[in-house]
Design a protein around this ligand. Structure first.
Ligand code: ATP
Ligand code: MG
Length: 335
C-alpha cells in the first residue's frame, strides 16, 4: 500500500510541470546573448589568427553544450600546434596579443590546474576563459549537445538540476561536490535508464563521428536528427522526471557497488573498473565514468564529508518533491 501511495503521488504531480518549465524558460539564454557570444568569438579568432594563422578556436562547456544558463561566461579552447614552446609561454603570448586590443582584465593564469587566459570584452560585456589544446573537452561538449537534441526533457531536467545544485551550493568541485558536467552526465544516464528509455546510448550505436584526441578514440552516432522520435514511447513529464531523479539519487542508487556510465548506457560495477578503494586522493564514493576518458571518475573530487552533504541534499530534494506544498520555492531555496 505504501508503494501504491508513493507511485500515486508521483503520478499526481503533473500540476508542477508548468512552474518547473517556467523556471527552465527563465534560465535559457536569449538570442541576443547568443549573437554577442558569436561576435566575441569572431573577434578573438581574428586576433589569434593574425599571430597564428593555423590556430583554431572552439567554444566548449556550457555555452557550447546547450546546458548554459543566461549571462554565463564563455569557455574557449585554442587548438594550436605549439611546437617547442611550452603552454605557459603560449598563454603569456596570447595574453599579450589580446591585451593590445580593446579587451579588459586580460590575465594569464599559468599555474592553474587548467592553465587559462581570462578576459572581459567591454563591447559585449562577456567574460571569457581561454585554455589551450583541451580538445577532449571540445569533444565531450559536442556529445552533450548532440544528446540535448534528441529529447527536450534532457535539457529541461538538466537545467533544473543545475539550478538546484547551484542554489544549494553542491556545484563546487573545490569543496568536494560535483561539476556541472557531472550533473549533466547524471541526467543523461538517468534518461537512458527509464523504461521505455528517453535517450539512447550514442556510443553503442553505429559510428558516424570519430576522432582521436590525446590517444583516446572518441566515436559515436552523431546523426541525432534521425533520433528525434526515440523517446516518444515514454510519456513521463518533467515533474515526474525531476521527482524520480531525486528519488533515484536519494534512495535507489547503489553507491557502494556501482558506477554510472553514459558510454555504455548502463550501470557498471566498481569492481570492473577497479574503483573499489581509495587511491591517492581518489575515493570513488560516487562514481561517474567520463564517456571518453574512461579512467576518469568525475566523482573523484567527492570526499567523506561532501558525500554526506550531497546525499542529504538529494534526500532533501526528494522529500520536497514528495511532500512540500510549494516545491518550486523550497527546492531552490539558497543554502
Ligand atoms: P556551468 O554552467 O556551471 O559553467 P559548464 O557546462 O561550463 O557549466 P563545467 O563543469 O564548468 O561546466 O565544465 C566546462 C567543460 O569542461 C565541460 O563541458 C566539459 O567539457 C569540461 N569538463 C569539466 N570538468 C571536467 C572533468 N572533470 N573532466 C573532463 N572534462 C571536464
Ligand atoms: Mg563553464
Amino acid at each position: 500500500r505504501t508503494y501504491k501511495r508513493f507511485m500515486q503521488c508521483r503520478l499526481d504531480i503533473g500540476w508542477l510541470c508548468n512552474p518547473l518549465l517556467a523556471i527552465y524558460e527563465s534560465l535559457i539564454p536569449t538570442e541576443e546573448e547568443k549573437v554577442k557570444q558569436k561576435q566575441l568569438l569572431a573577434l578573438l579568432e581574428k586576433l589569434v589568427n593574425k599571430e597564428w594563422p593555423e590556430a583554431r578556436l572552439y567554444i566548449y562547456g556550457s555555452c557550447g553544450n546547450s546546458f548554459g544558463v543566461r549571462n554565463s561566461d564563455i569557455d574557449v579552447c585554442l587548438e594550436i600546434q605549439s611546437g617547442d614552446i611550452d603552454k605557459s609561454e603560449l598563454l603569456l603570448k596570447l595574453a599579450d596579443i589580446l591585451q593590445s586590443d580593446n579587451l579588459q582584465d586580460v590575465k594569464a593564469l599559468t599555474r592553474a590546474r587548467v592553465p587559462i587566459v581570462k578576459l572581459m570584452d567591454p563591447v559585449t560585456g562577456i567574460s571569457c576563459d581561454i585554455c589551450v589544446n583541451n580538445m577532449l573537452a571540445v569533444v565531450n561538449t559536442k556529445l552533450l549537445r548532440d544528446y540535448a537534441q534528441i529529447d527536450v526533457r534532457l535539457r529541461q531536467l538538466a537545467y533544473i538540476v543545475k539550478h538546484w545544485a547551484k542554489s544549494r551550493a553542491v556545484n563546487e568541485t573545490y569543496q568536494g561536490t560535483l561539476s556541472s558536467y557531472a550533473y549533466v552526465l547524471m541526467c543523461i544516464h538517468f534518461l537512458q535508464q527509464r523504461r521505455p528509455p528517453i535517450l539512447p546510448c550514442l556510443q553503442e550505436l553505429d559510428t558516424t563521428y570519430s576522432v582521436i584526441v590525446d590517444d583516446v578514440r572518441c566515436a559515436y552516432f552523431d546523426q541525432v536528427e534521425k533520433l528525434i522520435n526515440f523517446g516518444t514511447r515514454n510519456k513521463e513529464n518533467i515533474a515526474q522526471l525531476v521527482w524520480s531523479f531525486f528519488h533515484y539519487w536519494a534512495y535507489q542508487h547503489d553507491y557502494t557497488n556501482t558506477v554510472i556510465s553514459v558510454r555504455t548506457g548502463h550501470l557498471l560495477s566498481k569492481q570492473s573498473k577497479d574503483w573499489t578503494r581509495r587511491i591517492g586522493n581518489d575515493r570513488h564514493l560516487i562514481c561517474i565514468e567520463d564517456p571518453f576518458d574512461t579512467s576518469h571518475d568525475l566523482g573523484r573530487v567527492v570526499d567523506k564529508f561532501s558525500i554526506r552533504v550531497l546525499r542529504e541534499e538529494f534526500e532533501r530534494a526528494a522529500h520536497i518533491m514528495q511532500h512540500d506544498p510549494n516545491p518550486c520555492a523550497t527546492l531552490f531555496e539558497p543554502f
